[in-house]
Write a protein that binds this ligand. Structure first.
Ligand SMILES: NC(=O)c1ccc[n+]([C@@H]2O[C@H](COP(=O)([O-])OP(=O)(O)OC[C@H]3O[C@@H](n4cnc5c(N)ncnc54)[C@H](O)[C@@H]3O)[C@@H](O)[C@H]2O)c1
Length: 334
């Protein structure tokens, strides 16, 4: 356990879904947090809420801007010395940006590496690296869930710029492993799978897409292969708790990878029916249109390693999470 009085947690991408909730939870537990974000995809209102805490400091900085990062680290050097920890949530992520290879490489790979070097130079204790279950590509399912040490078969990935996201994240995992193996810092990488949040900003993601479509049109359009697709969905609250559990467990920060997900799997057409029923429309119309190659039929992660190392368990059922998502979107429409 990290002593809240003696620690300072720096979070990149603090306006994002994961970064903002991790920050809030740490602040609620008495920690001091410095966060930065350039609002590439973040929420200004989430940052405004964090600013209510006196132990929170925010900078509107771009992780790719050397001068801004120099300023951030100079500020840390000049403030009273505390035990420093870094959580790297800044990333080019989400459906609309998946093909933006230049930004993906700069932010997800080069900036991750630059921050790792800076953290080592400035004697940070630990660095948590956010990776993705997309590195499993088409081999995302196995009875009991895929494990972290399974071979990663990039050869089966979609042969397009989209794969730069998964490949870039995989490279960061090796950087993490390398620096920890050399004894330079503590850290780990986390492979998240399908995290969702009631207030998520991206309407194209499957849960908000279904809810919004059914609220507005009584009909949902899905890709053809969704007929046979099954997914697990991890509530952001559980996801953020996993990040904190790892941060608080130095023995787990051995440079390796941890899966974060659930085993509560649901077929996408069934998900539409479930949300439809919650909205009073148990047999909603589904229109299938278009397709995407190399989208795995099933994705389920085995999280035994994380559970054994930290005691973390997912707590939120899909039903409870969906009810929150619907309530949020209904509240926002009024
Ligand atoms: N949400 C998921 O299902 C999921 C799945 C796998 C992995 N991840 C990983 O988890 C981490 C957090 O993702 P998230 O879901 O919170 O995404 P998010 O988009 O909500 O948050 C990312 C944040 O990074 C910020 N950002 C982007 N470029 C930046 C830059 N150049 N400088 C400063 N800030 C910048 C964005 O503005 C945003 O606030 C990411 O590394 C992502 O790859 C998420």
């Amino acid at each position: 356990m990290i002593d809240p009085h003696n620690a300072l947690i720096v979070i990149s991408g603090v306006a994002g879904m994961t970064g903002s909730l991790v920050a809030r939870k740490l602040l609620d537990r008495g920690y001091s947090v410095i966060g930065f974000d350039n609002f590439f995809a973040g929420s200004r209102s989430d940052v405004a809420a964090l600013k209510e805490y006196s132990r929170f400091t925010f900078h509107e900085y771009d992780i790719n801007d050397r001068e801004e990062m120099d300023r951030l680290f100079k500020g840390l050097d000049e403030s009273p010395r505390k035990e420093l920890h870094f959580i790297n949530c800044a990333a080019v992520v989400h459906t609309t940006h998946f093909y933006e290879i230049e930004a993906t490489f700069a932010t997800n790979v080069l900036a991750m590496k630059d921050m790792l070097t800076r953290c080592i130079t400035h004697r940070f204790v630990s660095y948590i690296n956010c990776s993705t279950s997309e590195v499993y590509s088409m081999d995302s399912y196995k009875e009991g869930g895929v494990r972290e040490d399974m071979p990663v078969l990039v050869a089966t990935a979609e042969q397009s710029q989209r794969t730069s996201y998964a490949v870039g994240k995989l490279l960061t995992e090796f950087m993490m492993k390398d620096r920890v193996a050399k004894g330079l810092i503590l850290g780990c990488s986390i492979r998240f799978a399908n995290v969702y949040s009631p207030s998520e900003l991206h309407d194209q993601h499957i849960i908000p897409h279904i809810i919004t479509s059914l609220m507005e049109h009584d009909e949902v359009t899905l890709l053809e292969h969704a007929k046979e697709t099954q997914r697990t969905f991890l509530h952001n609250d559980d996801s953020a708790e996993a990040v904190i559990a790892l941060l608080m467990t130095p023995s787990a920060l051995d440079g390796s990878v941890y899966n974060v997900g659930t085993t509560e799997e649901i077929a996408i057409p069934h998900l539409v029916e479930k949300i439809g029923a919650m909205l009073g429309n148990p047999k909603p119309r589904i229109r299938y249109q278009g397709s995407r190659s190399a989208d795995p039929h099933r994705r389920m992660l085995n999280c035994d390693k994380l559970m054994e190392a930290t005691g973390w368990r997912p707590k939120k059922t899909l039903d409870a999470g969906l009810a929150e998502c619907i309530a949020y979107r209904q509240g926002n429409r009024r």
